[in-house]
Design a binder for this molecule. Structure first.
Ligand code: EPU
Length: 428
C-alpha cells in the first residue's frame, strides 16, 4: 500500500491532457458483452476500475487485450457465469454486468456492488426496470439473481433520475422484443456515449441525452470501434486546481459544454475561464468572491466535483455554502480538511465554509474517490507537506495523476506505507 505526498504552495502552470471518461468506460466495457463479435474501445483512462472490469469479462469467458489506451474485447465465448463475490464487490459499476448479462443471456448472478461509500445508494430503479422487461429478480445472500424466459420492451418511468438505472435498462433492453421507453431518464453525457456505442453495435436507440429514451429491440448486436468522450469530472478537478493554484493552466481534450456549470461558478467567483473547441484556459485571480453551490443532475453542478470544490472554497475569503442534493453523506472529506485547519460546519445536506484560511499540511485519509481528489486539491494549496493514505480510491478514477500534476509544476510523489502506518489503517 502507498501514500501520496504533496508539498503545497507551488503555483501550477502549463497544459494538462484529460483522459477518457471513467463513468463512460465502466459502462462501455460491460456493454461489449452484448455483441457477438469483437468490440474495440479507444481513449480509455489508465485507472484500476478499467482493469477490474476487463478481469471480470475474462471471468465470464471473454478475452481482452489492453494496449496503451485501447481495449479489445472478444465476447464470442462468454457465458452466464455467476459472479456472486470477488471482483464485482470492488466497484459500484459492476452493476452494469447485470443489465448486459441479462440482455445477452437472459440471466445473471451479480454480487451487490461496492464502490465509494457516499451514504445510501439503492438500486431499486435498476431492478424496477429489469422487472418491467420481464425478469424475475431476487436478492439472496448479498447477490442479485436475475432470470427471464424472454425480455419484452416496456414503458418504464424512473422515480429517481439515475445515471446507473438509465444505462442498465438500456443494456437490458437493446436485445429485448419490441419497444422500451425510459421516461424521466438521466441526461448525463456518459449516457449518450453508451448509446453511441450500442448504436454502432446495431442497436436502435433514440433520445439519449433527453429525458425520454426509446429503444427498439434487435436480435443481434455486432462488434465495432468506439472512442470514449473526455472525462468531465477529471477536467473539472483540474479546472478547480487551476483556479486554486494556477498561474495559467490549459486543460486540453475537454468538451467545454460538459463543464459549463463549473465554468459559470468559477467566473462568478472572479476566475478567468476561456473556452476554445476542446480546450479551457484558466487563470486564477486575487480577491475571489465566495459562492453558494448546489449539486444537481446534469447539466447542473455535478456531485462528483462538490468535494474538490469545497477544498478550493476554504481559500476564498467569506462564507460559501455547498449543498449536495444527490448524496446525503458525501462529506467524509470534511473531517480531513478540518485536520488541515479548515473551518467548515456540516448541517444536514449542506457544508458551510468559512473561508480565507491557508490550510496546513497534515496526515489525512481519502475515504472515497472524490474525497481523495479534494485532499489532493487541499494538499496543493496547503503550507508544508500533506500525506494522503487511501490512495487506492484515487487510483480508481484519476489516471496518471502524479505525472499530470508534476507536468504542471506540482511537487507530488508516492511512498510505500511503513509497518506502523499499515497497522494504523488496519485498526481504523
Ligand atoms: N438512486 C436511487 N435508486 C436507484 C438508483 C439511484 O434512489 O435505483 C439515487 C441515488 O441514491 C442517488 C441518486 O439516485 O441519490 C443518483 O444516483 P445515480 O444512480 O445517478 O448514481 P450512480 O449511477 O450510482 C453515477 C456515477 C457517480 C455519480 C452519480 C451521480 C458511475 C459509475 N457513477 O452513479 O460517480 O456520482 O452517477 O452523477 O457512473 C464518481 O465518479 O465518483 C461517482 C460516484
Amino acid at each position: 500500500m502507498e501514500k501520496l505526498l504533496i508539498e503545497g504552495g507551488h503555483l501550477l502552470e502549463g497544459t494538462v491532457q484529460i483522459s477518457g471518461a471513467k463513468n463512460s468506460a465502466v459502462a462501455l466495457i460491460p456493454a461489449a458483452i452484448l455483441a457477438d463479435s469483437p468490440v474495440t474501445i479507444d481513449n480509455l483512462p489508465d485507472i484500476s476500475d478499467v482493469e477490474t472490469l476487463a478481469e471480470l469479462l475474462e471471468e465470464i469467458g471473454g478475452q481482452t487485450q489492453l494496449t496503451d489506451d485501447t481495449l479489445v474485447i472478444y465476447p464470442e465465448k462468454m457465458f452466464a457465469m455467476p459472479l456472486p463475490n470477488g471482483r464485482v464487490k470492488k466497484l459500484r459499476a459492476s452493476y452494469y454486468m447485470m443489465g448486459a448479462m441479462l440482455g445477452k443471456f437472459k440471466k445473471a448472478v451479480i454480487g451487490l456492488p461496492g464502490g465509494c461509500n457516499l451514504g445510501p445508494r439503492p438500486i431499486d430503479q435498476h431492478i424496477k426496470g429489469f422487472e418491467a422487461l420481464g425478469a424475475k429478480v431476487t436478492n439472496e445472500h448479498g447477490a442479485i439473481y436475475l432470470q427471464a424466459d424472454e425480455l419484452v420492451g416496456a414503458r418504464i418511468y424512473l422515480d429517481v433520475v439515475s445515471v446507473g438505472a438509465t444505462i442498465n435498462i438500456m443494456l437490458a433492453a437493446v436485445r429485448a422484443k419490441g419497444r422500451t421507453v425510459i421516461e424521466n431518464a438521466a441526461k448525463e453525457p456518459e449516457i449518450i456515449d453508451v448509446a453511441t456505442l450500442l448504436s454502432n453495435m446495431g442497436a436502435k436507440i433514440k433520445g439519449a441525452g433527453t429525458n425520454v429514451i426509446r429503444i427498439d429491440g434487435v436480435d443481434e448486436l455486432h462488434g465495432c470501434r468506439h472512442s470514449i468522450i473526455p472525462d468531465r469530472i477529471e477536467a473539472g478537478t483540474y479546472m478547480i486546481l487551476a483556479a486554486a493554484m494556477g498561474k495559467s493552466v490549459l486543460i486540453d481534450n475537454v468538451i467545454p459544454d460538459h463543464v459549463e456549470s463549473l465554468s459559470a461558478k468559477l467566473r462568478e467567483m472572479g476566475v478567468m475561464v476561456e473556452e476554445a473547441d476542446d480546450q479551457i484556459f484558466i487563470k486564477s485571480q486575487p480577491n475571489l468572491k465566495p459562492v453558494d453551490v448546489k449539486t444537481l443532475v446534469y447539466p447542473g453542478f455535478p456531485t462528483d466535483l462538490q468535494q474538490p470544490f469545497t477544498s478550493f472554497l476554504t481559500k476564498v475569503e467569506g462564507s460559501s455554502m455547498v449543498t449536495d442534493t444527490i448524496y446525503s453523506a458525501r462529506y467524509k472529506h470534511i473531517d480531513e480538511l478540518r485536520r488541515m485547519g479548515a473551518n467548515i460546519k456540516v448541517e444536514g445536506r449542506s457544508a458551510l465554509i468559512n473561508g480565507g484560511i491557508r490550510l496546513q499540511g497534515a496526515k489525512v485519509r481519502a475515504s472515497d474517490l472524490r474525497a481523495g481528489a479534494a485532499l489532493v486539491v487541499a494538499g496543493l494549496m496547503a503550507e508544508g507537506v500533506t500525506e494522503i493514505t487511501g490512495v487506492e480510491h484515487i487510483d480508481r478514477g484519476y489516471g496518471g495523476l502524479e505525472e499530470k500534476l508534476k507536468g504542471l509544476g506540482a511537487k507530488i510523489w508516492r511512498e510505500a506505507l511503513n509497518e506502523k502506518e499499515l497497522e494504523e489503517i488496519k485498526n481504523s
